[in-house]
Design a protein around this ligand. Structure first.
Ligand code: SAH
Length: 537
């Protein structure tokens, strides 16, 4: 029989929060070595094992005894609360082994079994205080000089780590927590949330949420862990919550589709559905205006989208003290691809030193600007004639520049699509490519939905796979669609995707899954076997 060292972290204390392997390891051991309180906590699992109980301060002799018995051929469980590798017995066992010249190949077998450490069990009772970069600091100066501990508290406080304080105070050691609070207050606000958890998942569990200023008014002892929030941590409904980051991104609110199904295709609200006249394009804005008026009559709030949502998000950002980053995509127009110098200037101006200006592959420039006042930025951009779009899973109409007059006949349809569906919230980003002639040089057939204007009618392509090494164009599903059919057909396709698409399901996958949209059957795309690479691989 060969001996084995089982170094076990049994979690905070309740059996429910112990791992299966920890339980098995206790059961399969011949000898259990641990501090008396710990042995009591796992009492229910014991089945005749020899118990070697020692006091708190005899850790070294405990470790030596464990190694000695394992070398005699016994299976020895060395138990720690939480995780054995966090201020537990695992390191000490290895220290003893190293001293004896132990190696894995020649020496006794060692298995370290992980457990839920106090930082995790206590955090779960407080809400979600850890979430972001965090550290543990033990305030016990038994084996670590206080100077070093104080320096670590100072560094962690300055770097805005969430801090879990282990061994915060004992009967004899009472000064450290007072000093620690002083150091923390140099770097963090007095109202910084602090959680104090005693005996997590044990009989005398106690959970207190307080502040850095008031933390010493509460009982803190040997069985307590203290969690200090970072600069963004807040208390909501008694729960201590640290957000995932320091920035909260928000965008223009996605506009809803304004018409109900029974309102569609009525001349007064959808003038683009009227038979195309041969009038010059100078007439077009009138029809457009009529549509705008009609839409406004139906929904007076049109034209001021997004205010409510933005406000709510800003309140949340203020609550968590996060920097609000306004994200918006900008272009010179739907069919216009040329920026003016004044437009470039205003972009630079609103972005300022702190904002980002990113060039995207989608006929847009992306702005990310730290601001609490998106309205003012929106106004300035719009005044300069720029078209603004929200960022995220919204529909975008990507039109070509309709390079001469004849091709411009189809512009109103692109505009109508943009007007009706642009910015609509969809399961996953959806691009409708719209090209004004059969050259399709802006790559409409490569988009999720492609529309190509040809001899007064439209060709339709569905389900392009726009990214990846196995990208492919959309399938040609209809040739020569009548102009008045176009907008309603696209609208029905998009609505079906909105209604039935799974969250994050790309349009080409949706098309494949449902097999048919608007009577257009999905046809299997011939595939060359290429695994899609993860970006960066
Ligand atoms: N190995 C253990 C830590 C041992 S040091 C772990 O990973 O959790 C002892 C300190 O751990 C205590 O002073 C206390 O700060 C913390 N601690 C351990 N168990 C705890 C529990 N159930 N509730 C609250 N704090 C606990």
């Amino acid at each position: 029989m060969t001996g084995k060292l089982l170094v076990i972290g049994f979690g905070p204390g309740s059996e429910d929060h112990m791992t299966k392997r920890a339980r098995e390891a206790i059961e399969e051991s011949d000898v259990i070595i641990g501090y008396k309180t710990y042995v009591d906590l796992i009492q229910d699992l014991l089945d005749g094992q020899q118990i070697v109980q020692t006091g708190m301060t005899e850790e070294v002799s405990r470790a030596q005894e464990a190694v000695r018995q394992a070398e005699e051929g016994k299976k020895v469980a060395v138990i720690s609360s939480g995780d054995a590798g966090v201020y537990g017995m695992a390191g000490l066992i290895y220290e003893v082994l190293v001293e004896k010249g132990w190696t894995e190949a020649s020496g006794v077998e060692v298995e370290v079994i992980p457990g839920i450490s106090a930082i995790n069990s206590c955090a779960s009772l407080l809400g979600a205080p850890v979430m972001h970069d965090a550290c543990t600091i033990s305030l016990s100066d038994h084996l670590t000089p206080w100077d070093l501990i104080a320096r670590r508290v100072e560094a962690a406080a300055a770097a805005d780590f969430v801090i879990a304080l282990y061994n915060p105070r004992s009967g004899r050691r009472t000064r450290q927590i007072v000093e620690t609070q002083k150091i923390l207050l140099k770097h963090r606000a007095p109202d910084t949330p602090v959680g104090i958890v005693k005996s997590a998942y044990r009989e005398r569990q106690r959970v207190v949420v307080t502040t850095l200023e008031k933390m010493l008014d509460h009982e803190i002892g040997m069985l307590t862990t203290v969690i200090i929030g970072n600069a963004t941590t807040r208390v909501y409904d008694g729960k201590m919550i640290t957000p995932r980051g320091y920035q909260r991104k928000y965008t223009l609110d996605a506009e809803e589709q304004k018409l109900k199904p029974h309102e569609r295709l009525k001349k007064e609200v959808e003038p683009w559905a009227l038979p195309q006249s041969d009038t010059a394009s100078s007439d077009k804005p009138d029809a457009y205006q009529l549509a705008e008026e009609a839409l406004q009559a139906i929904d007076p709030s049109r034209g001021t989208p997004g205010d409510h949502n933005t406000e709510q998000q800003q309140r949340a950002a203020a609550f968590f003290k996060q920097k609000a980053i306004f994200e918006v995509a900008v272009s010179p127009g739907l069919a216009n691809k040329k920026f003016t110098a004044a437009q470039m200037k205003v972009l630079a101006d609103v972005a300022g030193e702190e904002g980002e200006i990113e060039y995207t592959p989608h006929h847009q420039i992306l702005l990310r600007i730290p601001t609490e006042d998106p309205e003012q930025i929106r106004r300035r951009l719009e005044q300069e004639g720029l078209m603004l779009s929200p960022v995220g899973d919204v529909l975008q109409v990507k039109a070509c520049d309709f390079c001469d007059g004849e091709k411009a006949d189809s512009i109103p349809y692109a505009e109508a699509l943009h007007q009706r569906l642009g910015h609509l919230k969809v399961p996953k980003q959806l691009k409708i490519g719209f090209n004004g002639c059969a050259m399709a040089c802006y790559g409409a057939v490569k988009e999720d939905i492609g529309i190509v204007y040809r001899r007064g009618k439209f060709d339709l392509f569905l389900g392009g796979k726009t990214v990846g090494r196995n990208a492919h164009p959309g399938q040609p599903v209809a040739e020569g669609l009548e102009p008045e059919e176009l907008v309603p057909v696209i609208e029905r396709i998009v609505n079906r995707y909105v209604d039935e698409g799974f969250p994050n399901e790309r349009f080409h996958k949706f098309f494949k899954r449902v097999g048919e949209i608007e009577g257009f059957p999905y046809r299997e795309v011939p595939t060359i076997k290429i695994e899609n690479a993860v970006c960066g691989d």
